[in-house]
Design a protein around this ligand. Structure first.
Ligand code: NAD
Length: 302
Protein backbone atom coordinates (compact mmCIF):
# COMPACT_ATOMS: atom_id res chain seq x y z
CA UNK A 1 0.00 0.00 0.00
CA UNK A 2 1.28 3.51 -0.86
CA UNK A 3 2.48 5.56 2.07
CA UNK A 4 0.21 8.30 3.39
CA UNK A 5 2.25 11.36 4.19
CA UNK A 6 1.06 14.52 5.90
CA UNK A 7 3.14 17.48 4.72
CA UNK A 8 3.04 20.64 6.84
CA UNK A 9 4.55 23.93 5.57
CA UNK A 10 4.24 24.43 1.82
CA UNK A 11 6.51 27.39 1.13
CA UNK A 12 9.38 27.74 -1.32
CA UNK A 13 10.77 24.35 -0.27
CA UNK A 14 7.80 22.41 1.11
CA UNK A 15 5.62 22.93 -1.99
CA UNK A 16 8.00 21.24 -4.47
CA UNK A 17 8.94 18.55 -1.93
CA UNK A 18 5.27 17.62 -1.48
CA UNK A 19 4.92 17.54 -5.28
CA UNK A 20 7.77 15.02 -5.56
CA UNK A 21 6.16 12.78 -2.94
CA UNK A 22 2.99 12.81 -5.06
CA UNK A 23 5.02 11.96 -8.18
CA UNK A 24 6.52 9.02 -6.28
CA UNK A 25 3.00 7.65 -5.77
CA UNK A 26 2.50 8.60 -2.12
CA UNK A 27 -0.85 9.83 -0.86
CA UNK A 28 -0.10 13.34 0.41
CA UNK A 29 -2.28 15.34 2.80
CA UNK A 30 -1.09 18.95 2.98
CA UNK A 31 -1.56 21.82 5.41
CA UNK A 32 -0.26 25.38 5.62
CA UNK A 33 -1.61 28.37 7.56
CA UNK A 34 -1.54 30.02 4.14
CA UNK A 35 -4.54 28.17 2.67
CA UNK A 36 -3.63 29.26 -0.87
CA UNK A 37 -0.34 27.29 -0.63
CA UNK A 38 -2.27 24.10 0.15
CA UNK A 39 -4.88 24.77 -2.54
CA UNK A 40 -2.17 25.10 -5.19
CA UNK A 41 -1.16 21.48 -4.60
CA UNK A 42 -4.65 20.09 -5.16
CA UNK A 43 -4.22 20.04 -8.94
CA UNK A 44 -1.13 17.83 -8.39
CA UNK A 45 -3.26 15.33 -6.50
CA UNK A 46 -2.73 16.39 -2.89
CA UNK A 47 -5.54 16.46 -0.34
CA UNK A 48 -5.65 20.03 1.03
CA UNK A 49 -6.54 19.77 4.72
CA UNK A 50 -8.33 22.57 6.59
CA UNK A 51 -6.43 21.96 9.82
CA UNK A 52 -3.32 20.31 11.19
CA UNK A 53 -5.56 17.66 12.73
CA UNK A 54 -7.21 16.82 9.40
CA UNK A 55 -3.82 16.71 7.67
CA UNK A 56 -2.31 14.13 10.02
CA UNK A 57 -5.43 11.94 10.26
CA UNK A 58 -4.55 8.49 8.89
CA UNK A 59 -0.99 9.48 7.94
CA UNK A 60 1.83 7.02 8.61
CA UNK A 61 4.48 9.73 8.21
CA UNK A 62 4.40 13.45 8.97
CA UNK A 63 6.91 15.80 7.36
CA UNK A 64 7.28 19.42 8.46
CA UNK A 65 9.05 22.22 6.52
CA UNK A 66 8.60 25.37 8.58
CA UNK A 67 10.49 28.65 8.84
CA UNK A 68 12.14 28.49 12.29
CA UNK A 69 12.32 26.77 15.70
CA UNK A 70 9.35 28.66 17.15
CA UNK A 71 7.09 27.36 14.35
CA UNK A 72 8.33 23.79 14.80
CA UNK A 73 7.77 23.99 18.56
CA UNK A 74 4.24 25.34 18.03
CA UNK A 75 3.29 22.71 15.44
CA UNK A 76 4.63 19.73 17.44
CA UNK A 77 3.95 20.85 21.03
CA UNK A 78 1.01 23.21 20.43
CA UNK A 79 0.83 26.92 21.27
CA UNK A 80 1.88 27.76 24.88
CA UNK A 81 -0.43 26.01 27.34
CA UNK A 82 -2.35 24.20 24.58
CA UNK A 83 -0.59 20.85 24.01
CA UNK A 84 -3.90 19.46 22.70
CA UNK A 85 -3.36 21.63 19.58
CA UNK A 86 0.06 20.15 18.88
CA UNK A 87 0.97 17.25 16.58
CA UNK A 88 1.88 14.93 19.45
CA UNK A 89 -1.73 15.03 20.66
CA UNK A 90 -3.09 14.32 17.17
CA UNK A 91 -1.06 11.59 15.49
CA UNK A 92 -1.84 7.87 15.70
CA UNK A 93 0.58 5.52 17.50
CA UNK A 94 3.42 4.45 15.19
CA UNK A 95 3.39 7.64 13.09
CA UNK A 96 6.90 8.52 11.91
CA UNK A 97 7.89 12.19 12.25
CA UNK A 98 10.41 14.08 10.09
CA UNK A 99 11.24 17.76 10.54
CA UNK A 100 13.18 19.19 7.58
CA UNK A 101 13.15 22.84 8.71
CA UNK A 102 16.47 24.43 9.65
CA UNK A 103 16.23 25.16 13.39
CA UNK A 104 18.37 25.23 16.53
CA UNK A 105 19.66 21.82 17.67
CA UNK A 106 18.23 22.38 21.19
CA UNK A 107 14.65 22.62 19.89
CA UNK A 108 15.25 19.59 17.66
CA UNK A 109 16.43 17.60 20.72
CA UNK A 110 13.49 18.83 22.79
CA UNK A 111 11.01 17.71 20.12
CA UNK A 112 12.84 14.36 19.87
CA UNK A 113 12.54 13.93 23.66
CA UNK A 114 8.80 14.64 23.52
CA UNK A 115 8.50 12.14 20.67
CA UNK A 116 10.24 9.50 22.81
CA UNK A 117 7.81 10.30 25.68
CA UNK A 118 4.96 9.55 23.24
CA UNK A 119 6.72 6.36 21.97
CA UNK A 120 7.11 7.98 18.55
CA UNK A 121 10.16 8.05 16.27
CA UNK A 122 11.33 11.53 15.22
CA UNK A 123 14.28 12.74 13.15
CA UNK A 124 15.64 16.19 12.41
CA UNK A 125 16.38 16.12 8.67
CA UNK A 126 17.28 19.59 7.40
CA UNK A 127 18.12 19.91 3.72
CA UNK A 128 20.62 21.51 1.42
CA UNK A 129 20.16 22.17 -2.28
CA UNK A 130 17.78 25.10 -2.42
CA UNK A 131 14.52 25.43 -4.34
CA UNK A 132 16.11 24.02 -7.50
CA UNK A 133 17.12 20.88 -5.54
CA UNK A 134 13.64 20.64 -4.02
CA UNK A 135 12.05 20.84 -7.48
CA UNK A 136 14.43 18.32 -9.04
CA UNK A 137 14.22 15.91 -6.08
CA UNK A 138 17.99 16.11 -5.62
CA UNK A 139 18.14 17.57 -2.10
CA UNK A 140 20.78 16.52 0.38
CA UNK A 141 19.19 15.44 3.69
CA UNK A 142 21.24 15.66 6.88
CA UNK A 143 19.59 13.43 9.45
CA UNK A 144 19.88 13.41 13.25
CA UNK A 145 18.32 10.51 15.16
CA UNK A 146 18.71 6.87 16.12
CA UNK A 147 20.00 4.24 13.64
CA UNK A 148 16.54 2.70 13.29
CA UNK A 149 14.89 6.10 12.78
CA UNK A 150 17.50 6.94 10.15
CA UNK A 151 16.71 3.76 8.19
CA UNK A 152 13.00 4.55 8.36
CA UNK A 153 13.65 8.16 7.26
CA UNK A 154 15.75 7.03 4.29
CA UNK A 155 12.82 5.10 2.82
CA UNK A 156 10.73 8.29 2.66
CA UNK A 157 13.45 10.82 1.92
CA UNK A 158 14.75 9.00 -1.16
CA UNK A 159 11.56 10.21 -2.93
CA UNK A 160 12.64 13.84 -2.43
CA UNK A 161 16.40 13.72 -2.16
CA UNK A 162 19.53 12.25 -3.66
CA UNK A 163 22.07 12.18 -0.84
CA UNK A 164 20.90 11.17 2.62
CA UNK A 165 23.43 11.41 5.46
CA UNK A 166 23.22 10.26 9.05
CA UNK A 167 24.99 13.05 10.97
CA UNK A 168 24.55 11.50 14.42
CA UNK A 169 21.96 11.49 17.25
CA UNK A 170 19.00 13.88 17.62
CA UNK A 171 20.02 17.46 16.82
CA UNK A 172 23.16 16.45 14.88
CA UNK A 173 21.41 16.99 11.54
CA UNK A 174 20.68 20.58 12.53
CA UNK A 175 24.22 21.17 13.76
CA UNK A 176 25.72 19.93 10.46
CA UNK A 177 23.27 22.04 8.47
CA UNK A 178 24.16 25.15 10.50
CA UNK A 179 27.87 24.58 9.75
CA UNK A 180 27.07 24.18 6.05
CA UNK A 181 25.06 27.39 5.87
CA UNK A 182 27.72 29.36 7.71
CA UNK A 183 30.12 28.29 4.98
CA UNK A 184 27.55 29.09 2.28
CA UNK A 185 27.08 32.64 3.61
CA UNK A 186 30.83 33.19 3.70
CA UNK A 187 31.09 31.88 0.13
CA UNK A 188 28.24 34.13 -1.00
CA UNK A 189 29.84 37.21 0.57
CA UNK A 190 33.18 36.22 -1.00
CA UNK A 191 31.63 35.73 -4.43
CA UNK A 192 29.84 39.12 -4.23
CA UNK A 193 33.07 40.80 -3.17
CA UNK A 194 35.28 39.21 -5.85
CA UNK A 195 32.77 39.75 -8.67
CA UNK A 196 32.23 43.38 -7.71
CA UNK A 197 35.97 43.97 -7.46
CA UNK A 198 36.38 42.56 -10.97
CA UNK A 199 33.54 44.69 -12.38
CA UNK A 200 34.93 47.84 -10.74
CA UNK A 201 38.22 47.09 -12.47
CA UNK A 202 36.82 46.56 -15.91
CA UNK A 203 36.21 42.79 -16.00
CA UNK A 204 33.16 41.13 -17.49
CA UNK A 205 31.44 39.23 -14.60
CA UNK A 206 30.59 36.27 -16.87
CA UNK A 207 34.19 35.93 -18.06
CA UNK A 208 35.48 36.35 -14.50
CA UNK A 209 33.02 33.71 -13.24
CA UNK A 210 34.13 31.27 -15.97
CA UNK A 211 37.75 31.84 -14.99
CA UNK A 212 37.12 31.33 -11.25
CA UNK A 213 35.04 28.22 -11.98
CA UNK A 214 38.13 26.64 -13.55
CA UNK A 215 40.47 28.03 -10.87
CA UNK A 216 40.96 27.66 -7.15
CA UNK A 217 38.11 30.07 -6.32
CA UNK A 218 35.55 27.55 -7.60
CA UNK A 219 32.58 26.96 -5.29
CA UNK A 220 28.85 26.11 -5.18
CA UNK A 221 27.75 29.76 -5.34
CA UNK A 222 29.67 30.41 -8.55
CA UNK A 223 28.61 27.12 -10.05
CA UNK A 224 24.88 27.26 -9.38
CA UNK A 225 23.90 30.51 -7.68
CA UNK A 226 25.96 33.36 -9.15
CA UNK A 227 24.82 36.59 -7.38
CA UNK A 228 25.55 38.88 -10.36
CA UNK A 229 22.48 39.37 -12.63
CA UNK A 230 22.82 37.95 -16.11
CA UNK A 231 25.63 35.48 -15.44
CA UNK A 232 23.48 32.40 -14.80
CA UNK A 233 20.12 32.45 -16.55
CA UNK A 234 18.31 30.40 -13.92
CA UNK A 235 19.82 31.90 -10.78
CA UNK A 236 17.60 34.18 -8.61
CA UNK A 237 19.99 37.07 -9.49
CA UNK A 238 18.75 36.90 -13.10
CA UNK A 239 15.11 36.90 -11.94
CA UNK A 240 15.06 40.08 -9.87
CA UNK A 241 16.35 38.19 -6.79
CA UNK A 242 13.04 36.37 -6.35
CA UNK A 243 13.62 33.68 -3.67
CA UNK A 244 14.98 31.03 -3.66
CA UNK A 245 16.29 31.31 -0.18
CA UNK A 246 15.21 34.49 1.56
CA UNK A 247 17.81 36.77 3.15
CA UNK A 248 15.88 36.61 6.43
CA UNK A 249 16.30 32.83 6.53
CA UNK A 250 20.05 33.15 5.93
CA UNK A 251 20.26 35.67 8.80
CA UNK A 252 18.34 33.19 10.98
CA UNK A 253 20.77 30.38 10.10
CA UNK A 254 23.80 32.57 10.81
CA UNK A 255 22.24 33.45 14.16
CA UNK A 256 21.98 29.73 14.90
CA UNK A 257 25.67 29.45 14.04
CA UNK A 258 26.51 32.29 16.45
CA UNK A 259 24.45 30.64 19.23
CA UNK A 260 26.29 27.35 18.71
CA UNK A 261 29.64 29.17 18.74
CA UNK A 262 28.78 30.92 22.00
CA UNK A 263 27.69 27.67 23.61
CA UNK A 264 30.89 25.88 22.61
CA UNK A 265 33.18 28.93 23.01
CA UNK A 266 34.30 28.54 19.39
CA UNK A 267 35.77 31.34 17.26
CA UNK A 268 33.74 32.11 14.10
CA UNK A 269 35.11 35.41 12.79
CA UNK A 270 34.04 34.91 9.16
CA UNK A 271 30.57 33.68 10.14
CA UNK A 272 30.19 36.63 12.49
CA UNK A 273 31.08 39.07 9.71
CA UNK A 274 28.70 37.33 7.32
CA UNK A 275 25.91 37.55 9.94
CA UNK A 276 26.50 41.28 10.29
CA UNK A 277 26.52 41.77 6.51
CA UNK A 278 23.14 40.03 6.30
CA UNK A 279 21.78 42.03 9.25
CA UNK A 280 22.78 45.27 7.45
CA UNK A 281 21.39 44.06 4.14
CA UNK A 282 18.10 42.98 5.69
CA UNK A 283 17.76 46.25 7.58
CA UNK A 284 17.69 47.97 4.19
CA UNK A 285 14.50 46.13 3.28
CA UNK A 286 15.91 42.99 1.67
CA UNK A 287 14.57 40.37 4.09
CA UNK A 288 12.18 38.77 1.63
CA UNK A 289 14.54 38.88 -1.36
CA UNK A 290 16.87 36.05 -2.27
CA UNK A 291 20.04 35.88 -0.18
CA UNK A 292 22.18 36.43 -3.29
CA UNK A 293 20.83 40.01 -3.40
CA UNK A 294 23.68 40.72 -0.95
CA UNK A 295 25.54 41.55 -4.18
CA UNK A 296 23.75 44.94 -4.21
CA UNK A 297 25.35 45.85 -0.87
CA UNK A 298 28.70 45.83 -2.67
CA UNK A 299 27.63 47.66 -5.81
CA UNK A 300 28.43 51.32 -6.39
CA UNK A 301 25.25 53.47 -6.52
CA UNK A 302 24.65 54.62 -10.10
P1 NAD B 1 8.89 29.64 3.44
O1 NAD B 1 8.72 30.79 4.38
O2 NAD B 1 8.78 29.85 1.97
O3 NAD B 1 7.84 28.46 3.84
C1 NAD B 1 7.44 28.16 5.15
C2 NAD B 1 5.96 27.81 5.12
O4 NAD B 1 5.55 27.40 6.44
C3 NAD B 1 5.07 28.99 4.73
O5 NAD B 1 4.24 28.62 3.64
C4 NAD B 1 4.25 29.27 6.00
O6 NAD B 1 2.92 29.74 5.75
C5 NAD B 1 4.24 27.88 6.65
N1 NAD B 1 3.94 27.90 8.08
C6 NAD B 1 4.43 28.71 9.04
N2 NAD B 1 3.92 28.40 10.25
C7 NAD B 1 3.07 27.36 10.04
C8 NAD B 1 2.23 26.60 10.90
N3 NAD B 1 2.16 26.83 12.21
N4 NAD B 1 1.50 25.60 10.35
C9 NAD B 1 1.56 25.35 9.01
N5 NAD B 1 2.33 26.04 8.16
C10 NAD B 1 3.07 27.05 8.66
O7 NAD B 1 10.30 29.00 3.80
P2 NAD B 1 11.18 27.98 2.91
O8 NAD B 1 12.12 28.73 2.06
O9 NAD B 1 10.27 26.94 2.32
O10 NAD B 1 12.07 27.31 4.08
C11 NAD B 1 11.53 26.37 5.02
C12 NAD B 1 12.68 25.86 5.87
O11 NAD B 1 13.67 25.25 5.03
C13 NAD B 1 13.41 26.97 6.65
O12 NAD B 1 13.75 26.49 7.92
C14 NAD B 1 14.63 27.26 5.80
O13 NAD B 1 15.70 27.77 6.57
C15 NAD B 1 14.93 25.87 5.24
N6 NAD B 1 15.64 25.84 3.95
C16 NAD B 1 15.27 26.66 2.92
C17 NAD B 1 15.99 26.60 1.73
C18 NAD B 1 15.62 27.50 0.55
O14 NAD B 1 16.43 27.56 -0.41
N7 NAD B 1 14.49 28.17 0.56
C19 NAD B 1 17.04 25.69 1.56
C20 NAD B 1 17.37 24.85 2.63
C21 NAD B 1 16.65 24.93 3.82
Amino acid sequence: MAATIAFIGLGNMGGPMARNLLKAGCKVQVFDINTEAARQLESDGAVAARSLKDAVAGADTVMTMLPAGQHVRQVYLGPKGRPEDGLFAMVSPGTFLIDSSTIDPATAKEVADHAADHQLEFVDAPVSGGVAGAEAGTLTFIVGGTDSAFRQAEAVLRHVGKNIFHAGPAGAGQMAKICNNLMLAVQMAGACEALNLGIENGLDPKVLSDIMLQSSGRNWVLELYNPCPGVLENAPASKGYQPGFMSKLMLKDLGLGMDAALLSQTAVPMGSLARNLYALHNAKGNELRDFSSLFELYQRQQ
